[in-house]
Design a protein around this ligand. Structure first.
Ligand SMILES: Cc1cc2nc3c(=O)[nH]c(=O)nc-3n(C[C@H](O)[C@H](O)[C@H](O)COP(=O)(O)O)c2cc1C
Length: 521
């Protein structure tokens, strides 16, 4: 297929080179010989290509435009040949860039002929026509290369121009601005269509069916970013394979006293002190209504925060009440994430002690939940403690898997910059400071419970190789937030694009073949 496409592009480029070569040769003749130079039998506009070829616009920096065209088409011919002979991606990217440049230049030249010179050169029009055809064919046939270029350019613009401005503004304000913009774009079908043409890479090798749910790719949004379900319609078009909404609590909670969020750019981290800010289960269920979701939705459920003196028993009842509400709702294509690991909760309630965990899961087990359940795990516990928790969880058949993991509580983690952390007296930390421990725990859980649990890897994913490492350590799916904030929303499409290369390099034809293939971190 690729060879066939490239052969057609090659023939067109060669035709363009012959046309431009002829015009260049003609330019240097003493007597003009082109049949269209003056033809009284044709309508005025078409009878005088000499008007165009002798105009001041026919030279650029002292070089005939025809010669520039010859170089352009000659170069494309050469690059297409190299792409065919070597199969290297770089040449296909080059074709995409140069055909785009050629099409833009052609628009300008056609405009000049029709509206400035008021003359018409058939040979120049033929060249422009080839320029357009080359561009459209490359645009549709080299889809991956086109998307890759858009992704890299958009990522460059985000990191160098947009992020520096965003980072001057309060992080909570920017968060709200971004999710509301996302909600607006998601509700606008033409916007969704346009972004879909530009970004997502949902190649078949990335597809997996997990716990009966189809995931177009393994990259999802972690809990905490879309806690009011603003983004369910926009995330699929920027390339996410699934998303988590929440953490949602049974009752509403406005969040902890400020600051709720902070940035630690040197540590590639965020300070998080939201403490389950949530509009409550009823409001989210009403908002989601009977909406159809293009990607699976993870419903993250946790204990209502901010209620003073809530006992352990009341905490369990509160979580169970939220589950019951979601079970009664009509939400489809979804799974549950039971969040037992939020580090910012009010009071001294915890589901870490094994009997508390057992009590919560026993109560949840009585609900006979219809959707798969994943337990979101802490990362601050040591290996023995985690294995003991996994042992308890493994006894509950309704639990399909675990997510490793939540935020970093350890303020002495070496990935946290010592100066930066002094700016924050509250909160816990996302991003790179979570990555190492998350990877260690994925590896541990896969080794001991790989056959029992499906593992979702979460923490510090900033690139395709970060995501791929988690998969090779044992994760079936991967989630992120902080990477997207630092690298930009095009990171998701970029990760998927590059994941395909990474797995192909390792000789895998399906992403599922890479799961658990690492032995070292
Ligand atoms: C702003 C923010 C809010 C978060 N809120 C939640 C939450 O409500 N529930 C939850 O399970 N995890 C929450 N987390 C933790 C993330 O889901 C994730 O586990 C952690 O940030 C590590 O992933 P990352 O490095 O890709 O951000 C939050 C993280 C961030 C950055």
């Amino acid at each position: 297929m690729r060879k066939g496409i490239l052969t057609i592009l090659l023939l067109l480029a060669m035709a363009g080179a012959v046309d431009a070569g002829y015009l260049t040769w003609e330019h240097y003749q003493v007597v003009n010989t082109l049949p269209c130079y003056y033809n009284p039998h044709l309508p005025a506009l078409f009878s005088d290509c000499g008007k165009v070829l002798n105009s001041k616009y026919s030279m650029i920096f002292g070089i005939p435009l025809a010669a520039v065209g010859l170089i352009h088409y000659g170069l494309i011919t050469l690059v297409i040949l190299l792409a065919m002979l070597t199969g290297k991606k770089i040449f296909r990217y080059w074709i995409m860039v140069e055909t785009t440049g050629g099409a833009l230049a052609s628009i300008y030249f056609v405009y000049l002929q029709l509206f400035v010179i008021h003359g018409f050169c058939q040979y120049c029009m033929f060249s422009a026509l080839i320029g357009f055809i080359l561009f459209f064919l490359a645009y549709f046939w080299l889809e991956t290369e086109r998307k890759a270029l858009i992704i890299y350019i958009a990522g460059f613009i985000y990191q160098n121009f947009v992020k520096p401005i965003f980072f001057l503004i309060d992080p909570e304000t920017i968060h709200i601005f971004m999710v509301q913009t996302g909600e607006f774009l998601g509700a606008c079908p033409p916007c969704r269509w346009l972004i879909k043409q530009l970004l997502p890479i949902n190649d078949l090798p990335l597809k997996q069916t997990v716990a009966g749910i189809e995931f177009a790719n393994p990259i999802g949004l972690a809990a905490g970013f879309d806690y009011e379900a603003w983004l369910t319609q926009i995330l699929p078009v920027i390339g996410f394979g699934f998303e988590t909404i929440g953490t949602i609590t049974n009752h509403p909670y406005d969040g902890n006293p400020p600051p709720l969020l902070g940035r630690l750019p040197k540590s590639k981290s965020l300070m998080v002190n939201k403490g389950f800010k949530s509009p409550g289960a009823d409001k989210i269920i009403k908002k989601l209504g009977t909406k159809k979701f293009e990607i699976p939705i993870g419903i993250s459920i946790g204990r209502t925060n901010g209620v003073k003196n809530m006992t352990q028993k009341q905490s369990v009842d509160d979580v169970i009440a939220a589950f019951k509400k979601f079970e009664r709702s009509k939400i489809k294509n979804a799974y549950y994430e039971l969040n037992i690991s939020c580090p910012n909760l009010y009071g001294n309630i915890s589901f870490y002690p094994l009997n508390n965990l057992q009590e919560l899961l026993t109560a949840a087990g009585t609900l006979r939940l219809k959707k798969p359940v994943f337990v979101k795990m802490p990362i601050e516990k040591n290996d023995e403690e985690i294995l003991a928790m996994l042992n308890v969880i493994s006894k509950f058949k309704f639990v399909t898997g675990v997510v490793f993991g939540n935020l970093q509580k350890n303020r002495k983690d070496p990935a946290l910059d010592k100066q930066e952390i002094k700016n924050f007296s509250v909160g816990n930390f996302s991003g790179k400071p979570t990555e190492k421990r998350s990877n260690e725990l994925i590896k541990l859980a896969y080794k001991k419970y790989g056959k029992r649990f499906i593992i979702i890897g979460c923490g510090g994913v900033f690139s395709a190789s970060d995501a791929y490492r988690k998969i090779k350590l044992g994760a079936t799916l991967v989630q992120l937030i902080t990477g997207m904030i630092y690298q930009g929303p095009t990171l998701i499409a970029q990760i998927n694009l590059e994941l395909i290369d990474l797995m192909k390099k390792d000789g895998y034809t399906q992403i599922s073949q890479a799961i658990g293939r690492y032995t070292k971190i």
